[in-house]
Ligand binder design. Structure first.
Ligand SMILES: *Cc1c(COP(=O)(O)O)cnc(C)c1O
Length: 365
């Protein structure tokens, strides 16, 4: 038997979540955002699974886009941060990668480029995130300049990104949308393709659904919200991080568990050792008491997470646990959001930093 630490990836759940994104906004086109190795799930397999469900993919950089092309994915691919060099503009035109234009400098580089064919462009507007984008008062002029450039395709998309869409009572999302809309000319209002929504926008802010939506995290079944939400709660977790019990022992009250002896038994306790640790993507910061599932029952972790192992208090399972039993670190029954919250981080981080060491096993392909 091989080491049991694995990330099981349920491709049926992935398709289900993507179809939910499509269904929520049937007039829109879904750009499936699969940057950072599809949030740790394996970009090529994820793209192969979704390629007939979405018209385009979004990634962070040209290396990610080329990996998909070289694996035979022929959908349009969008570079969310635009081109980092003139070379990349030429590659984008050749490979049918669309480019964000996120700054005056990128706009100038694009205008100066010598291209055989036209390149598709998304003009990014900084409506308050203050990370990337042109200012709203330059939008119309920049749009006109790019529109009249011979090597820029005519169907320019105007887009922005929300800072607070995961906070359902925060009006800043509406304000950001208004700032973009106020930057459009009357003609642009009726003719221009727009894009606002990430997962939180698509699920939580119906008025931000537009020509293109750009869901990422929801495709993988993790809610962007920290509170229950009727749509987000329909998502199915795609990754099940699991391993198995490899040792069991009983310790008397007063004994401690793990490095730095951070947890002490208050009673005679049965401790299960599980073959997974922070070297496999489980967060070191998860404190004692973070839940895991053993034989379908929630049990608390105890002591500090080691590189390759962690310990769980299984006293309350009595004799219903044995060496070899499966342990679910996150998936159905214990959400990655819950573990992330417990560890003081977000699901995005836990998923994207899942290391190579943890084998991905695909099911329901
Ligand atoms: C990452 C990203 C997304 C996807 O965001 P989620 O919160 O994962 O849905 C959408 N748009 C842009 C510009 C991004 O960088």
């Amino acid at each position: 038997m091989s080491r049991p630490a694995k990330a099981l990836i349920d491709l049926d759940a992935l398709r289900f979540n993507c179809q939910l994104a499509n269904r929520l906004s049937p007039q829109s086109k879904t750009m499936a955002v699969i940057k950072a190795n599809a949030y740790g799930h394996g970009a090529v397999t994820v793209a192969r699974t979704l390629k007939d469900l979405v018209p385009a993919f979004g990634v962070a950089c040209i290396e990610e886009a080329l990996e998909l092309r070289e694996s035979g994915i022929d959908n349009p691919i969008h570079l969310l941060e635009g081109a980092f060099s003139t070379d990349e503009i030429s590659i984008a035109a050749r490979e049918n990668f669309s480019l964000s234009v996120v700054s005056e400098e990128q706009k100038q580089a694009l205008l100066r480029a010598r291209l055989d064919g036209p390149v598709k462009v998304w003009l990014i507007v900084d409506t308050g995130m203050h990370r990337l984008g042109l200012q709203p008062d330059q939008l119309a002029a920049s749009f006109n300049t790019l529109s009249s450039c011979a090597h820029v395709a005519k169907d320019i998309v105007v887009a922005t990104h929300f800072a607070c869409a995961d906070e359902l009572d925060n009006d800043f999302t509406r304000e950001q949308q208004q700032r973009l809309l106020r930057g459009l000319t009357a003609e642009m209002v009726s003719t221009t393709a727009l894009s606002f929504a990430n997962s939180a926008g698509l699920l939580g802010w119906p008025s931000t659904r537009a020509t293109w939506n750009r869901p990422g995290i929801m495709l993988f079944g993790s809610s962007p919200f920290s509170v229950p939400h009727p749509l987000a709660d329909q998502l199915r977790p795609v990754m099940r991080l699991k391993s198995a019990v490899i040792a069991l022992r009983e310790i008397p009250a007063g004994e401690t568990v793990g490095y730095a002896a951070t947890w002490a038994a208050k009673r005679t306790s049965r401790i299960a050792t599980v073959a997974i640790g922070y070297g496999d993507g489980y967060p070191l910061q998860a404190p004692s008491g973070t839940p895991v599932l053993i034989n379908g029952q929630r049990c608390p972790t105890v002591g500090r997470v080691s590189m390759d192992m962690m310990m769980v208090d299984v006293t309350d399972l009595q004799d219903q646990v044995a060496i070899g039993d499966e342990v679910v670190l996150w998936g159905q029954g214990v959400s990655v959001n819950e573990v992330a919250d417990s560890a003081g981080t977000i699901s995005y981080e836990l998923l994207t930093r899942m290391p190579k060491r943890t084998p991905r096993e695909y099911i329901n392909g």
